[in-house]
Design a protein around this ligand. Structure first.
Ligand SMILES: NC(=O)c1ccc[n+]([C@@H]2O[C@H](COP(=O)([O-])OP(=O)(O)OC[C@H]3O[C@@H](n4cnc5c(N)ncnc54)[C@H](OP(=O)(O)O)[C@@H]3O)[C@@H](O)[C@H]2O)c1
Length: 308
C-alpha cells in the first residue's frame, strides 16, 4: 500500500446497495453517458473534462466537478477514462501524475491492442493498475440491460471493481488477463460491423441504380443479415477444427455467382471494388485447392499478410 493509496470509501445505503466512489475522465458523448449511469446507480461520481463547460450539466445530477485530472483521480479508487484516442488518454494520465498511485484505470477509449498495452504501461509508470475496456453499445443504452461492456487485464483488478463497472451495463464481462485483448476484440467486432454495412451499402447502390430505394431493400437485407448471423457458430466450429465441409454451397459454385455480382455492378455503373475483393479471395482459395470446400475455408486467405 502506497502513501497515496485510496481509502476504501464504499458506503452502504438503506437499501443495502454498495455506493463506491468512481471518477470519470472525459465527458464526450460516451463519457457523459458513463457518468450518468454511475450517478443513476448511486455511486458518488467525480468528473473531469478538458473543456470544463461540458461537465456542468452533470453537477445538477449530483456529480462533483474536478478542476484537474489529478483532483479527479484523487477522489476514487476506480478511474474510468473515455476520450478521443489513446494518445489523449496517456496525456490525461500524465497530467494526473502521482495522484494515480494505487488507483485502477479502466480505459473505455477505442484503440488497437498495441495502443492498449502502451497505455497500460503508462498507467503502471504512475503506479496504477490497468483494465482495458470497450463499450459495445451506443451512449443511449449505457446503464441498461442492452449495453454490453467487455474488459481485459488482471482478473483480480476486474473482480475488485466489477460491482461498480456493472452499473454501466448488464452484459459486463471479463475476457482475459492480457491488457490488449479487449481492444483486439473491439477491432474484430468493428470488422464485422463495417463489412456487414458495406455489403448493405453496395446492395443499396445496386438497387438504387435501378431506381429502388434503400428503404424498400432494408427488410430483405435485414432478413439476409439475420440468416447469415445464424450460420456463425457452425462456421466458427469449422475454423477451429481446420476442416470445411460444405454447409451451403462450395467455394467454386459461389465464385460463379461472385463473377455475376461484379458484372452486374459494372453494368449498372456501380463500384466493383467490394465484389471484386470477395471474388479475388475466393479465386485464391480455389487456386490453393479449396474450391470444393465450404466458404469458411476463406479463413486461410484472411490469415495471410497482404502483399506489398
Ligand atoms: N459515441 C459512441 O457511440 C461510442 C460507442 C462505443 C465506443 N465509443 C468510444 O468512446 C470514445 C469516446 O467517444 P465519444 O463518442 O465520447 O467522443 P466525443 O463525443 O468526440 O468526445 C471526445 C472526448 O475526448 C476528449 N478529448 C479529446 N482530445 C483530448 C485530449 N487531448 N485530452 C483530453 N481529452 C480529450 C474530449 O474533450 P473536449 O470536450 O475538451 O473536446 C471529449 O471529452 C472513443 O474511443 C469511441 O470510439 C464511442
Amino acid at each position: 500500500m502506497t502513501a497515496n493509496a485510496p481509502q476504501d470509501t464504499t458506503s452502504t445505503d438503506n437499501d443495502g446497495a454498495a455506493r463506491t466512489p468512481v471518477t470519470v475522465l472525459g465527458l464526450g458523448r460516451m463519457g457523459r453517458a458513463l457518468a450518468e449511469a454511475f450517478l443513476r446507480a448511486g455511486h458518488p461520481t467525480t468528473v473531469w473534462n478538458r473543456t470544463a463547460a461540458k461537465a456542468e450539466p452533470l453537477a445538477a445530477q449530483g456529480a462533483v466537478i474536478a478542476a484537474t485530472p489529478a483532483e479527479a483521480v484523487a477522489a476514487a479508487p476506480l478511474v474510468v477514462v473515455c476520450v478521443a484516442d489513446h494518445a489523449s488518454v496517456r496525456a490525461t494520465l500524465d497530467a494526473a501524475g502521482t495522484a494515480l498511485d494505487g488507483r485502477t484505470v479502466a480505459n473505455l477509449t477505442s484503440g488497437s491492442s498495441g495502443e492498449a498495452r502502451e497505455t497500460a504501461a503508462a498507467a503502471a509508470r504512475h503506479g496504477a493498475t490497468y483494465l482495458g475496456g470497450a463499450v459495445m453499445a451506443v451512449p443511449e443504452t449505457v446503464g441498461t440491460a442492452a449495453a454490453m461492456l467487455v474488459f481485459s487485464g488482471p482478473r483480480a483488478d476486474y473482480d475488485r471493481h466489477e460491482p461498480v463497472l456493472r452499473s454501466l451495463g448488464a452484459g459486463t464481462s471479463h475476457l482475459g488477463d492480457d491488457h490488449g485483448l479487449v481492444s483486439l476484440n473491439e477491432m474484430a467486432v468493428l470488422s464485422v460491423m463495417w463489412n456487414l454495412l458495406n455489403g448493405f451499402l453496395h446492395g443499396a447502390a445496386l438497387l438504387g441504380a435501378a431506381g429502388v430505394g434503400a428503404a424498400a431493400f432494408a427488410p430483405l437485407a435485414k432478413v439476409s443479415a439475420e440468416t447469415v448471423a445464424d450460420w456463425l457458430p457452425a462456421y466458427a466450429q469449422q475454423i477451429d477444427d481446420g476442416a470445411y465441409p460444405v454447409l451451403d454451397a462450395a467455394i467454386d459454385q459461389q465464385r460463379h455467382t461472385m463473377r455475376e455480382l461484379v458484372g452486374e455492378s459494372a453494368a449498372l455503373g456501380v463500384s466493383t471494388e467490394l465484389p471484386a475483393l470477395v471474388l479475388a479471395l475466393a479465386d485464391r482459395a480455389s487456386a490453393a485447392g479449396r474450391g470444393g470446400d465450404g466458404y469458411a475455408a476463406l479463413i486461410e486467405q484472411f490469415r495471410k499478410p497482404s502483399e506489398g
